[in-house]
Design a protein around this ligand. Structure first.
Ligand code: ATP
Ligand code: MG
Length: 259
């Protein structure tokens, strides 16, 4: 199982939208995908149509309790895509985890004990660099960073990258950046294009070629409990996520992705 954390401490940059739709695209190509919702907002769970009544065991129980990952898994309407849901309980975990000696390794340890029923584990991180995101980074092999095409896009990125460096040095030498995905790209806005050019100049090849356009279908889909790729697979947002998934697959080890 390869583990990819979707992280950026900035709020509302497209982490959850990316996790849901890339997870769907990867499942559609034949990979068995597990999406772990590690955000107390539970947006990934809601966006995948998991009602609160079905969230009996959650990522909170995995992190703070002794619930095995596989016991918290809920199937989604997308074949081969499962989710470990989150509820608002998870907001308490940041504080409760402090009590544990292995507070940074709780998710990693839980995943190590998980039978390899999935090819890819995607972790949807909350908008902070607290213990939840650190648990995700310790557990992950790769980091996927959605970056919104706006004026302050690069601000905060250095903080994210120095956190990655610290995690790599202290806990997880195998952690690497899978890529940076530019999101909410608005072709009619000259600033967007300028930001994209600047980001590429600074970060280089780590930035995916595919950009995710600003597309209202992407924002409508979660209210129907469906990935945009299912809600409207022909909208520009879905097409972009399919293209991004293709690039992602090319960067992942062959064992993680179906032939
Ligand atoms: P948070 O930090 O709160 O977890 P996030 O980084 O996970 O946020 P999303 O929830 O994916 O970001 O997106 C923020 C909002 O923008 C949501 O309402 C989502 O539907 C919308 N959105 C995301 N991507 C796009 C897009 N490409 N075009 C239009 N709307 C989008
Ligand atoms: Mg989110």
């Amino acid at each position: 199982m390869i583990c990819v954390a979707v992280a950026n401490q900035k709020g509302g940059v497209g982490k959850t939208t990316s996790a849901i739709n890339l997870g769907t695209a990867l499942a559609a190509t034949g990979s068995r995908v597990l999406l772990i919702d590690l955000d107390p907002q539970g947006n990934a769970s809601t966006g995948l149509g998991i009602p609160h009544s079905a969230r009996t065991h959650t990522s909170y129980d995995v992190l703070v309790g002794d619930t095995p990952v596989q016991a918290a898994v809920v199937p989604t309407r997308v074949p081969r895509l499962d989710v470990v849901p989150a509820t608002v309980d998870l907001s308490g975990a940041e504080i409760e985890l402090v009590e544990f000696e292995q507070r940074t390794h709780r998710l990693d340890q839980a995943l190590q004990r998980t039978p390899p029923r999935w090819d890819i584990v995607l972790i949807d991180c909350p908008p902070s660099l607290g213990l939840l995101t650190i648990n995700a980074m310790v557990a992950a092999d790769r980091l996927l960073v959605p970056l919104q095409c706006e004026f302050f896009a690069l601000e905060g990125l250095s903080q994210l990258l120095s956190t990655v460096e610290r995690i790599r040095a202290r806990f997880n030498p195998g952690l690497s950046i899978l890529g940076v995905a530019l999101t909410m790209y608005d072709r009619r806005n000259r600033l967007t294009e300028q930001v994209a050019t600047d980001v590429r100049a600074v970060l280089g090849k780590v930035v995916f070629d595919t950009v995710i356009p600003r597309n209202v279908r992407l924002s409508e889909a979660p209210s129907h409990g469906l990935p945009a790729l299912v809600y409207d697979h022909r909208c520009s947002g879905s097409e972009a996520y399919i293209a991004l998934a293709r690039e992602l697959i090319a960067r992942l080890p062959a064992a993680a992705v179906a032939a």
